[in-house]
Write a protein that binds this ligand. Structure first.
Ligand code: ADP
Length: 272
């Protein structure tokens, strides 16, 4: 359920990377993330999605404006540990995120850093591994897992510290179709269990489950709204290099030609 409470509050945020002659990567972004929503950040390559994701948990500090997490300013270094507990990040390539020799140690890693008592750690590892179907792999080295399984371990190890928000930066881009489905259905389950999920992608088929979509274009928010509203702007999306999902496109074309849309496409006809 989406609450009326802002977990992340982005106010007039601009960002330039150091040493780039102040080249503007994000330009006056105003955006709130509400508790319990699934927000998808879409946009062509280089539009600033990853940068915005990294600003959400204080991995980067804004050049101008403010990012607040539960009212705490990410630019305030003394709040950072608390912010990182609230906003967990999952990156594109699980191989870069997984550091431990065994899956079980991987799940414990974040909790150890935060000084969780061993009993609590054990309890959480048991619960999480059951929920994420990782029980049989606990004594496996992560590198022996498939891409989808590795990404599930990466997600589980972030969930272990029970953040309110999970920010995922293109978590499926390194995965095969099966791994991708695994991760996407996990995200749908997380959202159903009440987590706030921010998903960065340049793939519009991944955006259909969003409560809201934000489209970034050259560092600006070019669109904020529902998937249906977003996908109805086919021409604009195409202009900026984004293709609407093939089933939605098919349903749209059939409708344009006055053809009956088959039942199998019904679930996507709302998008167009
Ligand atoms: P996206 O995730 O939408 O592909 P990014 O946030 O990764 O976009 O990048 C936005 C812009 O910032 C791009 O022009 C990119 O080249 C630039 N950029 C990203 N990371 C760095 C960095 N570490 N140093 C300098 N420029 C960067």
């Amino acid at each position: 359920m989406i609450e009326n409470r802002k977990v992340i509050n982005i106010q007039g945020v601009s960002f330039s990377y150091p040493g780039t002659n102040n080249r503007i990567v994000l330009d006056n972004i105003n955006l709130d993330v509400y508790a319990g929503e699934m927000l998808v950040l879409l946009g062509p390559n280089g539009s600033g999605k990853s940068t915005l994701a990294r600003l959400m948990n204080g991995l980067l500090a804004p050049t101008g404006g403010q990012v607040l997490v539960d009212g705490l300013d990410t630019a305030d270094e003394t709040s950072l540990w608390q912010i990182r507990k609230q906003v967990g990040m999952v990156f594109q390539n699980p191989d870069n995120q997984l550091v431990a020799a065994l899956v079980e140690e991987e799940l414990a890693f974040g909790m150890e850093n935060l000084g969780f008592p061993p009993e609590e750690m054990k309890k959480r590892i048991k619960e999480l591994s059951a929920r994420m179907q990782l029980e049989e792999f606990l004594d496996f080295p992560p590198h022996r897992l498939s891409g989808g399984q590795k990404q599930r371990v990466a997600i589980a190890s972030v969930l272990a510290i029970e953040p309110q928000v999970l920010v995922l930066d293109e978590p499926t881009s390194m995965l095969d179709p099966a791994g991708r489905r695994e991760v996407l259905s996990e995200l749908a389950r997380l959202k159903q269990s009440g987590k706030t999920v921010v998903l960065v992608t340049h793939d519009m088929t991944e955006a259909v489950a969003a409560d809201r979509i934000v489209v970034l274009e050259q560092g600006k928010t070019a669109f904020v709204g529902s998937p249906r509203e977003c996908f109805s702007r086919v021409d604009w999306l195409r202009e900026i290099g984004l293709e609407i999902p093939p089933p939605a496109e098919l349903a749209r074309r059939m409708r344009e030609r006055g053809l009956a849309v088959p039942e199998t496409l019904y679930h996507v006809t709302d998008w167009v």
